[in-house]
Design a protein around this ligand. Sequence first.
Ligand code: ASP
Length: 324
Amino acid sequence: MQKVALIFTGGTIAMKVNSKLQGAVPSVTPEEIVSAIAEYTPYENLETFEFSKLPSPSITPDKMHELKSIIDGYLENPAFAGVVVVHGTDTLEETAFYLDIVSSSDKPVVLTGSMKNASELGYDGLTNLVSSIKVVLEPTSRGKGVLVVMNYAINSAWEVTKTHTLNLDTFQSVEFGPLGIIDDEDVIYFRERTQRKALNLKSAFSDDVHLLKVYAGMGGELIDALVDSGAKGIVLEALGRGNVPATMMDAIKNARQAGVAIVIVSRCIGGRVLDTYGYIGGGKDLVRHGCMLGGNLSGPKARVLLMVALSNGLSRKEIERLFA
Ligand code: ASP
């Protein structure tokens, strides 16, 4: 049987409550987790690697980049069927998305974690890890891009988002539903992912790309500050179909004149942005002033794509095509 690499980065799945701090902190080793699994399912083909013990708010683009080269080492080895990355859930979707857009292998890469720590009743870490191993070993998981497996559901890194601060089924593909499920010993796929092409971008990224959420009455101060600080790109999580208050337009025009790439996505949880509105600050006005539309990507994912696109040296046309 082919091997499965388990790469541990940290997260709640590797935490217990510390009685002094009265809070969950990193304290469970990969070996403890794997031997807990062995009590239920005696896998003999697992290889563990402790990449870090980080809560995922501390995962940076640098770490994602480093992680990618560790994953590639396993994927290039014919003895391995694929890789499970164990990750905190807070930024899991950003790491998953990053790995997807820079991935060049057909072998499955699955990200998982847990919502409950190992001190809590109903700890979901072991179930999620076993489900992820099953997905990696399932031959039809090949070529599906990077996957997120939690609570018996398989989701695409492109589509999934963390929707709830507490629920075990927090990871949802809100617009499309899951790609499939893990039902007992079976891994069942219902559909293909909506993003069909592998992008195969180089894994380098530019860090000077920022994300701002747009709100009623917003002005241009934050954009001005980012331009002054040397930002290369800004993603605006805009209103509705992709509109901003008219009071932001001067700052947006200045940013464009300074060569800053601006991508517009929506703060709505579903649907794509479009240049429907012609008023000042409407989507047409934004496009007229050189902003690009980011489709139905969330703000954090659009930021990751812009970071990688800029450092791949893509032209404006190519970046537009990526987001289309
Ligand atoms: N705050 C935790 C983290 O992302 C949440 C989790 O892992 O579920 O590391």
